[in-house]
Ligand binder design. Structure first.
Ligand SMILES: Cc1cc2nc3c(=O)[nH]c(=O)nc-3n(C[C@H](O)[C@H](O)[C@H](O)COP(=O)(O)O)c2cc1C
Length: 311
C-alpha cells in the first residue's frame, strides 16, 4: 500500500504499533517493523541511557524504520527528547499532553512527529505546531485514555485538521481498519492485539489474561484524579475502584499502584499487577507472529473493501 501516511512512516502498511510502557521493547518494535508496519519502542519507563540501548538493539534486529513513543509526564522527557535526535529516530509519537516545546528541535532534525490526542482542540493545537499527523485515540483503548470513543472522536478530528489522522482504540481486526477508514482515518494504531504477538516479551500470565478477557472485563481507574487508565479487572483494579469510591487520596492510591505495570509485565503478578488492555481484548485470542497479525488484518480489510458494507 502506498498512502500519504506510509510515505511519512516509511512503511508498507499504514499501521503503527502503539507505544506501550514496559511492553513495547526493541524486540516487539523490530518484529512489527519487519512485518511491514511501524514498530515503536515505548520510552515510558526509561531514562535516556536505557532508550539509547533499546534503539541500538532494535537496529540490530531490523533494517526497517521504527519509532519511539515518549510519555511527556516521564521525568526524563527532556533527556529522551535529545536521545531521539542523536540516534536519528525516524518517527516520534507522544502521549499525555502537548510536546510543544520539543517539536521545533525534532522537526529541525527531520523527525516525523505524531502526537496522540483525545480531543479536536488538542489536534488543532498540534497541527498548528507543524506536526506530521495525529493519533486520535478513543477511550476503548488500553492504558491512559480520554473521554471520547473512537467512533465519535475520529471523524471530528478528521474534520478539524488537514494532516493525516491515525485511529486508535478498539481496533482488533480488518473490520476495525475498514471502520476507521470509513471514519476518514489515514491509518490505524494498534496496542492490545500486539500484546499477543509472539515477539512481545510480556509475562505469559499477561498473555493468558488477555486471551481469557471478555468484552466486559476491563475497568477504568483514576477518573477521580483526572488520569483515567483502562486495565483488565483484577484484585488491584477492584481495590482501586473501592478506594476511589471512598474518596481516598492520590497518595493512598499511589501506594498500591506504584510499580504495578512492572509487576504485570515482568512478574505476571495477577493480583497486584496493572494489566493494561483495551476493550477489544475480548476479540483477540490468538498468539501469532507480529507479521501475521499485520498481514491478517490487512487481508481482512482489503476483502471487506472489495465486498462493501452490509448495511
Ligand atoms: C499495556 C499498554 C500500555 C500502554 N502504554 C502507552 C504508553 O506508554 N504511551 C502511549 O502513548 N500509549 C500507551 N498505550 C496506548 C497504546 O499506544 C495504543 O494507543 C492503544 O493501545 C490503542 O488501543 P487498543 O489497545 O484498543 O489497540 C498503552 C496501551 C497498552 C495496552
Amino acid at each position: 500500500m502506498k498512502t500519504r501516511l506510509t510515505e511519512i512512516l516509511g512503511t508498507e502498511y499504514p499501521m503503527i504499533q502503539g507505544g506501550m510502557a514496559w511492553v513495547a521493547d526493541a524486540y516487539l518494535a523490530a518484529a512489527v517493523s519487519n512485518g511491514g508496519a511501524l514498530g515503536l519502542i515505548a520510552a515510558g519507563s526509561m531514562n535516556g541511557e536505557l532508550l539509547r540501548k533499546e534503539i541500538q538493539l532494535c537496529r540490530t534486529l531490523t533494517d526497517k524504520p521504527f519509532g519511539v513513543n515518549i510519555m511527556l509526564m516521564n521525568p526524563c522527557a527532556e533527556e529522551l527528547a535529545k536521545v531521539v535526535i542523536e540516534e536519528k529516530v525516524r518517527v516520534v509519537t507522544t502521549g499525555a499532553g502537548s510536546p510543544g516545546k520539543f517539536v521545533p528541535a525534532w522537526k529541525e532534525a527531520g523527525i516525523r512527529v505524531i502526537p496522540v490526542v483525545a480531543s479536536t482542540g488538542l489536534a488543532r493545537r498540534m497541527e498548528s505546531l507543524g506536526v506530521d499527523a495525529v493519533v486520535a485515540e478513543g477511550c476503548e483503548a488500553g492504558g491512559h485514555i480520554g473521554e471520547l470513543t473512537t467512533m465519535v472522536l475520529v471523524p471530528q478530528v478528521v474534520d478539524a485538521v488537514s494532516i493525516p489522522v491515525i485511529a486508535a482504540g478498539g481496533i482488533g481486526d480488518g473490520r476495525g481498519i475498514a471502520a476507521a477508514s470509513m471514519l476518514g482515518a489515514s491509518g490505524v494504531q494498534i496496542g492490545t492485539r500486539f500484546l499477543l504477538a509472539e515477539e512481545c516479551t510480556i509475562h505469559q500470565n499477561y498473555k493468558d489474561l488477555v486471551i481469557k478477557t471478555r468484552d466486559i472485563d476491563s475497568r477504568v481507574t483514576g477518573r477521580s484524579g483526572g488520569h483515567p487508565v483502562r486495565c483488565i479487572k483484577n484484585p488491584l483494579v477492584l481495590e482501586l475502584l473501592e478506594l476511589e469510591k471512598k474518596g481516598s487520596t492520590f497518595e493512598e492510591m499511589e501506594a498500591i499502584t506504584v510499580g504495578s505495570l512492572r509487576k504485570a509485565v515482568k512478574d505476571g503478578n495477577v493480583k497486584e499487577g496493572s494489566f493494561m488492555a483495551g476493550q477489544i481484548a475480548g476479540l483477540v485470542s490468538k498468539i501469532q507472529p507480529a507479521k501475521d497479525i499485520i498481514s491478517e488484518m490487512f487481508t481482512e480489510y482489503e476483502a471487506l473493501m472489495r465486498e462493501g458494507g452490509s448495511i
